[in-house]
Design a protein around this ligand. Structure first.
Ligand code: APR
Ligand code: MG
Length: 266
């Protein structure tokens, strides 16, 4: 871990660490965009553009003044207007509109941006072969919908199913839950050992998606970027567990603990 986590270059400027596009949040689920956005910013992204509804952007602007906002960002992407200068894109947390998501994905697949696909944007589909990576972050229920394999079968053989999917579809598959499995299309397989049941709570997945966006936007090696994001996410819950009850952990606490956790690895 220490070997793959780079020290922040001291001659750096915000451009060094990339700009990420986060397509998340809707009027019914504004918190998803907030949690993912803070997760991304606490993970060291250079700049963050949040594409969300006008209503959500209005709420978020006061909570995340560090971000830029693309009003109705998902719709803009569907219309082919992908903001310029992005390094990676994450889509899905708190997005209910399946038609718009499919439209946006078809546009995003044509770009050279690494794509993190989560929550509402996950589904049963064939992924195109493209130059930039596609990273999927399903929990077992979402993975079951994607593959048709019942959850108990997945859980009995997590490594097998994650690897099979990664290789068949050519996508990085992050199968979440206790001991998150990260499977790469080339056959590499990681099992994460950090984290605890404090994370079993709505919103922690959104935080992880933001962290992945940041690490992928700012780190050179995609494998370590994905692995480090998952690892640190769990470390935050483990640090919390040292002094506080797991049941009291909030998804936003994960982001708040990140600077302390990462300090030991810089
Ligand atoms: N041990 C370790 N890690 C855990 C545990 C556990 N027992 N339980 C959960 N986690 C981690 C997972 O590995 C993952 O990183 O917490 C995170 C939970 O992510 P999600 O399941 O995606 O949960 P979240 O997105 O926050 O909340 C529910 O998911 O199904 C969608 O649309 C739904 O928005 C909703 C959301
Ligand atoms: Mg989720």
């Amino acid at each position: 871990m220490k070997q793959t986590f780079q020290k922040r270059e001291q001659g750096a400027h915000k451009g060094t660490f990339g700009t990420g596009l986060l397509l998340a949040g809707s009027d019914e689920m504004p918190g998803s965009a907030l949690l993912a956005g803070i997760g991304a910013l606490r993970s060291g992204i250079g700049k963050l553009m949040i594409g969300t509804s006008r209503f959500v952007a209005g709420i978020l602007a006061g909570r995340i003044p560090e971000a830029m906002y693309a009003h109705d960002g998902l719709k803009k992407v569907v219309d082919g207007q992908v903001p310029k200068g992005m390094k990676a894109c994450a889509i899905g947390p708190g997005l209910p509109d399946q038609k718009a998501i499919e439209g946006a994905l078809q546009v995003l697949f044509q770009t050279d941006l690494p794509l993190i696909i989560d929550a509402g944007a996950l589904g049963e589909r064939q992924y195109p072969s493209r130059k930039a990576e596609i990273i999927l972050t399903p929990h077992p229920g979402e993975f079951s919908k994607m593959t048709g394999v019942p959850v108990p079968d997945i859980q009995k053989n997590r490594l097998h199913f994650a690897l099979k999917y990664a290789q068949e579809q050519g996508v990085i598959t992050v199968l979440k839950g206790r001991n998150t499995v990260i499977a790469f299309p080339d056959g590499d397989l990681f099992v994460n050992e950090t984290g605890n049941a404090g994370l079993a709570k709505g919103g922690t997945g959104d935080t992880l998606t933001g962290m992945l966006l940041a690490f992928i936007s700012s780190e050179k090696d995609i494998k370590s970027a994905v692995a480090n994001a998952v690892y640190f996410h769990g470390c935050c819950a483990d640090l919390w567990d040292k002094t506080k009850a797991q049941r009291g952990l909030l998804a936003s606490d994960v982001s708040e603990l990140l600077p302390e956790v990462m300090k030991n690895f810089e």
